[in-house]
Design a protein around this ligand. Sequence first.
Ligand SMILES: [Zn+2]
Length: 272
Amino acid sequence: MIDREALVEDAPGTPSFVDTHCHLDDESFDADLPDVLARSREAGVRRWINVGFGPDRWRGAIDLAARHPGMAFMLGVHPSEAEAWNTRVHQDLRQFMIQSPPVSVGEVGLDFYRGETNVDQQVRVFNAMLDLAIEHDIPATIHMRSSESLILDVLQSRTTVPPLVFHSFDGREALTDWILANGACVGVGGLATRTKSHDLQRELKRIPLDQIVLETDSPYLVPNGFKHRRNTPESITRIAAFLAGLREVAVADIAAQTTRNAERLFERLPPA
Ligand SMILES: [Zn+2]
């Protein structure tokens, strides 16, 4: 396991991490977000991308990032919010994106975990989100649950796709093949660290390190060995240590490479 003190104080250069996907506007952080961010900074995680995943979250995500140095935001319509989508909401989102440019469109995609009830609407919204990312010249961050083959169908049916990040990646071989062929990125978080995630770990070994970013999805997806029920961005160090073990490289190399990747992908990330 990782020695956090050593991580922070080791010279030369303290590892610096980016949590590329977290929900810091979640109500579970209402009482103590400044403390959560302070502990995160101490652990070397000094930048965060908060996810404004639906119309009633956009304004809050923009405001929260303005109040906390190092925090960026993405804006989008999560598949669970697909029913709220219409041309007015589309115009609203476009307006927000012009006034307060996000680092990415997200999280967007397809989610059939609770059944395939509104497939057409989800696909329509997903395509509209990919179009918006292209229009604004930013990546799209994909949320995918019980929907891998249809996600692939949608991507393959398009003439263009923006740069993509598969958030909390747990794809199978066919999706990994597409990612390798198309240079997309994957977000690695708590899911990968679980002892049952053999298949995912096998796929992750096939993906070059320059296509991987780290994420916690806080307050969700607590990584293995993290002693709290609420996930927080400081647990990025655990995910990095896990990935270092899986790839047999130093944690400092994971930090440097994943930070470079995040800066390359999310051009509007605030400076370290
Ligand atoms: Zn998320």
